[in-house]
Ligand binder design. Structure first.
Ligand code: AMP
Length: 184
């Protein structure tokens, strides 16, 4: 049973890596960013509420993402495990997740911090060219990462539940390491 939480700055490769691992393990890859982008595209009420935050690189309000994660983790396909990519992104969300997982009997999750230096992640994001990947928005997303998301590293370390992987390597090398970690 694999339940993984991916931490790391935008551009660290957590989206790519979690997708590869989820395919290998045949478990759902749950990316809150992707769910929000799809909702924005479909102009659902969630998408309409989220769009100004996503487009400016701010975090959407906890309640919106927490509701969507709760709904997603109650679907039947998560029984074989899951990979969460982009959630939690704040200590308040981590506290929520811990409580939710206890309630729905889905414990044993492990947090992986995919680490990469600022200059590397900025270069990767500029190269990716998503709508929220302009230089100004990237800079803001990194600030938000430092102030709101980076404290999760200590949060999971304090719970003896943090593995750090060097994301400043080729995709293949990182995948190799991650595979080794989750099977050991
Ligand atoms: P990502 O695809 O993970 O880079 O997320 C893209 C954007 O979606 C972020 O910049 C936020 O605006 C929003 N987002 C994704 N996940 C969360 C979350 N857990 N909490 C708040 N906002 C989120």
């Amino acid at each position: 049973m694999t339940r993984l939480i991916f931490l790391g700055p935008p551009g660290s490769g957590k989206g790519t890596q979690s997708q590869i691992l989820a395919e290998n393990l045949n478990i759902p890859h749950i990316s809150t960013g992707e769910i929000l982008r799809q909702a924005m595209k479909d102009q659902t009420s969630l998408g309409i509420k989220a769009q100004s935050y996503v487009n400016s690189g701010d975090l959407v309000p906890d309640q919106l993402v927490q509701d969507l994660v709760e709904e997603r983790l109650n679907q039947p396909d998560v029984k074989s495990g899951w990979i969460l990519d982009g959630f939690p992104r704040k200590v308040t969300q981590a506290v929520f997740l811990e409580k939710l997982l206890a309630e729905i009997n889905q414990g044993g999750e492990r947090a992986i911090n995919l680490d990469a230096p600022d200059d590397v992640v900025v270069a990767r994001l500029l190269d990716r060219g998503r709508k929220d990947d302009t230089e100004e928005v990237i800079r803001h997303r990194l600030e938000v990462y430092r102030s709101d998301t980076a404290p999760l590293i200590d949060y999971y370390r304090d719970r003896q539940n943090l593995l750090t992987v060097n994301g400043d390597r080729s995709q293949e090398e990182v995948t190799h390491d991650l595979r080794h970690i989750i099977t050991s």
